[in-house]
Design a protein around this ligand. Structure first.
Ligand SMILES: [Fe+2]
Ligand SMILES: [Fe+2]
Length: 276
């Protein structure tokens, strides 16, 4: 029987976005069906690639060279959705990478349930945003995209607590801060399909941050470290730059992220650089 770790590696090694997400969704359904039937698929172990396979397009550019997005025009809104599709595809890989890479960390089965579910939701998000782009006459790959997005994964390749601190608890939490503003842009433009997609994403991303916070706290409890101090240490080690207010205090709280975790890492006068 193919193990969960091997399934995750298959997804990581699939280049095309629609094919990657279809395979991932099928694997997620198989994992949950087997769990429900009381015949779980073994987690097993596998060798995830350092970088996941990616399609030839979009062209990946250094962050500074990606053209700026002005959401006031249809072209600007397409660029915004294109950037988001790229984030969602990275998120699919980030979640399958957590599943495949940390099989030796002694985590309970519920850890794998959470990340398989998160990966499945990211696949849905990628497809929803691709559908919107296609309805607007564009597609994922039509514009250049951000090259730096896998860096957090590479930096935390052998540190599960570091991975949880930086990916769900910093990067995905940042998504909670910025998504309401994006929803407003598309609502004002009357783009109802994009509004509906963004609302699904906004609701489900709270869960991903919550999974990060839950397992981060669990690991701290197992090692007897203070979660807040450990979070500050790991973000300062692995995350390049300060966190950017304003924060979505309400949704962060819902996801189990208290203010004393993120406020001490925020710098009011930090360089204005894209983080997510
Ligand atoms: Fe997402
Ligand atoms: Fe997510």
């Amino acid at each position: 029987m193919t193990s969960l770790a091997e399934m995750a590696v298959e997804v990581l090694n699939t280049a095309d976005g629609r094919a990657k997400t279809a395979l991932g969704r099928a694997h997620a359904a198989a994992w949950f069906a087997a769990r429900q039937a009381g015949t779980p698929i073994p987690v097993g172990r596998a060798e995830p690639p350092l970088r996941p396979a990616r399609p030839d397009r979009p062209e990946l550019l250094p962050p500074r060279e990606v053209p700026r997005r002005r959401p006031g025009s249809p072209q600007g809104r397409i660029a915004l959705l294109h950037a988001l599709a790229h984030i969602e595809l990275n998120a699919v890989d980030l979640h399958w990478d957590i599943v495949a890479r940390f099989t030796e960390a002694g985590m309970p089965a519920g850890f794998f349930d959470d990340w398989v579910k998160a990966a499945d939701e990211e696949a849905k998000h990628f497809n929803l945003i691709c559908d919107c782009l296609e309805a607007m006459g564009s597609h994922y790959g039509a514009l250049p995209a951000h090259a730096g997005m896998w860096r957090a994964a590479e930096d935390t390749v052998d540190d599960l607590s570091g991975r949880l601190a930086v990916v769900p608890m910093v990067l995905e939490a940042r998504g909670l801060d910025v998504t309401p503003g994006m929803i407003e842009i598309f609502r004002k433009a009357g783009e109802t399909e994009a509004v509906a997609a963004l609302e699904v994403i906004y609701a489900e991303e709270v869960g991903h941050v919550a999974y990060g916070s839950k397992w981060f706290n669990w690991l701290c409890g197992r090692s007897g470290t203070d979660p807040k101090d450990e979070f500050h240490r790991l973000v300062r080690t692995y995350f390049h730059g300060a966190l950017k207010p304003p924060f979505n205090e309400e949704k962060r709280a819902e996801a189990g992220l208290p203010p004393d975790f993120y406020w001490p890492l925020a710098e009011a006068d930090a360089p204005q650089e894209e983080q997510a």
